[in-house]
Write a protein that binds this ligand. Sequence first.
Ligand SMILES: Cc1cc2nc3c(=O)[nH]c(=O)nc-3n(C[C@H](O)[C@H](O)[C@H](O)COP(=O)(O)OP(=O)(O)OC[C@H]3O[C@@H](n4cnc5c(N)ncnc54)[C@H](O)[C@@H]3O)c2cc1C
Ligand SMILES: NC(=O)c1ccc[n+]([C@@H]2O[C@H](COP(=O)([O-])OP(=O)(O)OC[C@H]3O[C@@H](n4cnc5c(N)ncnc54)[C@H](O)[C@@H]3O)[C@@H](O)[C@H]2O)c1
Length: 504
Amino acid sequence: MGYKFLKLATSSVKGGNLRIATRHYATTHEADLVVIGSGPGGYVAAIKAAQLGMKTISVEKDPTLGGTCLNVGCIPSKALLHNSHLYHMAKHDFKHRGIEVGNVSFNFDAMMKYKVNSVKALTGGIAMLFQKNKLACDAMMKYKVNSVKALTGGIAMLFQKNKVQLVRGVGSIVAPNKVEVKGDKGVETINTKNILIATGSEVTPFPGVTFDEKQIITSTGALSLPSVPKKMLVIGAGVIGLELGSVYQRLGAEVVAVEFLESIGGVGIDGEVSKTLQKILVKEGMKFKLGTKVMGVRKEGSGVKVDVEAAKGGNKETLDCDVVLISIGRRPYQDAEQIYKVDIIYAIGDCIHGPMLAHKAEDEGIVCVEGIKGMPVHFNYDAIPSVIYTSPEVGWVGKSEEDLKKEGRAYKVGKFPFLANSRAKTNGEPDGFVKVLADKATDVILGTHIIGPGGGELINEAVLAQEYGAAAEDVARVCHAHPTCAEALREANLAAYFGKPINF
Ligand SMILES: Cc1cc2nc3c(=O)[nH]c(=O)nc-3n(C[C@H](O)[C@H](O)[C@H](O)COP(=O)(O)OP(=O)(O)OC[C@H]3O[C@@H](n4cnc5c(N)ncnc54)[C@H](O)[C@@H]3O)c2cc1C
Ligand SMILES: NC(=O)c1ccc[n+]([C@@H]2O[C@H](COP(=O)([O-])OP(=O)(O)OC[C@H]3O[C@@H](n4cnc5c(N)ncnc54)[C@H](O)[C@@H]3O)[C@@H](O)[C@H]2O)c1
C-alpha cells in the first residue's frame, strides 16, 4: 500500500485542533518537516525523519513528551496492571506454590509513585534523543534544566540522540508551509517543507455527564485515584474497562462492568476468546452486566447513581457506586477552532482512521516519513496486533471466526489449550488456549487468537508469520524452544494444518 493514504487535506483530519495563532513572531525556524504532537506516532516519526537526514522540528503543547500513551495511557496503566497483578499473586496464589509471606498488604501511594516514576523515565528520554541531533533549541534547554530527572529517561534521550528540535506550544497550520506555535515564549513561526499531524485522541464524552475525575472519571482519573474505591462501576467493558477494572478489582474494589453489547473486549476480539476471558474474570471476582445501556449518571449524597436499562428495552434499575469509570471509547482530539485548508499535509495515529493503538501510530509515522523521502513504503493493516493486558493476557491478529463467517470464507481451526502446554502447566497458569484460523484450501494463516500466559508477547510471533504470508504448516515446522508457552502456538498451527497436535 502506498503512503499517499496518509496524505490528507487538513479538513479531512478528524482531530482538527490546529489554531490560527495571533501573529507576533518571537523566533523563526526553518525545517524540512514539522511534526505536531509528540505521542508515539509523532515522536517516532520525528526521530525517523531526523535519522533520514531531514531537519525536523517536533511541536508539543503539553509539558511532557510522549502523548496519551506515555503520560495517561499504555505506560501508567501497565505499571498499575503489573504491580496489582504481583500483589494479587502474593495474596492469593503464593501460598499454594509453597511461598509463605505472612500478611500481604499494599501501599497504594507507593504503587502510584512507582507508576509516576515509570512515566517520567520514559517521557524524559524522548527529549534527550531529539537533542542528540545537536540542533540548538532554547525550549529544549529550559526543559533540560527544569526536568533533569526526566532527561535521564527514554524519550528525552531519544530526541537528543537523534537531533530532533523541540518547540513547545500549541501548533497551528497557518499556510501550506508554515506552522505557528503559541507557547510561553510567545508565537514562534516555522517555515517548513512538510507538515505531519500526530495530534492524537481524547476520551469520548458521555452525553449529559461531566467528569470530575474524582468520582465520575475517565481513564486519566482512574490512573490517579487517591485510594481504592469500595465499589467501582465501569461503563464499557472494552479494553480500558477490562484493564483498569482489573487493577481495582485486584486491589479489593467491587467492580461491576456495564456493557451495551452481549460480549466483552471491544472491537475485533474473537467471540470464543471473549467468552473465555469473561469466565476467568468472573472467577476472579469481576461482575458484568451485559446487554445493558446506561441512561444517566448522577452524584447523590457521597456516592454516584447510575440508571441502566436492558439494551433491548424493558428492565430498568439504578446502580450505586463510589466511583464510575466511563470508558466507552476515544475520538480524535477535537480542540477545533479554525482549520486552514491546505492540501499537502500528512496525518498519522489516533487522529486518523484505524485502530487507536500506539504501535499503529508508530508504524504509520515511520511509513509516512519514508514516503516523504520518496522511499518505497509498506504497512499491512491486516497484521496489526491487539492486546488486552488482563490476567491472563489476550492477544490477537487478523480475522476472528466471526469475521470469516461474515465474509463467507472457508477456513479451518487449529486449537491448543495451555492446560496441555508443559511450561504453562508447570508455572500454574493453565487457563486459556491458542486458536489459529487458516484458509481451508491454501493453509495460509488468516488470524491467530491467544488467551493465556504471556499472550501479549506470544502474539508477536503470530504477527510475524501473518506479515510474511505464512501457512500454518510453516509455523508448525519451525523448531520452538522447550519448555515454553510459545510451543502452544506451534501446536495450534500443527492442529490447523495437520488436524492433530502432538501433545493433546
Ligand atoms: C488508558 C489507556 C491505555 C492505553 N493502553 C494502550 C496499550 O497498552 N497499547 C496501545 O497500543 N495503545 C494503548 N492506548 C492507546 C494509545 O495511547 C494511543 O493509541 C496512542 O497514544 C496514539 O498515539 P498518537 O501519537 O496518535 O497520539 P497521542 O499519544 O494522543 O499524542 C498526541 C500528542 O499531540 C499533542 N498535541 C495535540 N494537538 C497539538 C497541537 N495543536 N500542538 C502541539 N501539540 C499538540 C498532544 O498534547 C499529545 O501529546 C491506551 C490509551 C489509554 C487512554
Ligand atoms: N491494551 C491496549 O491496546 C489498549 C488499552 C487501553 C486503551 N486502548 C485504546 O483506547 C481506545 C479506547 O478504549 P475504550 O476501552 O474506551 O474503548 P473500546 O472501544 O475498547 O470499548 C468501549 C466499550 O464501551 C461499550 N459502550 C459504548 N457505549 C456504551 C454505553 N453507552 N453503555 C455501555 N457500554 C457502552 C462498547 O460497546 C465497547 O465495548 C481503544 O480504541 C483502544 O484501542 C488500547
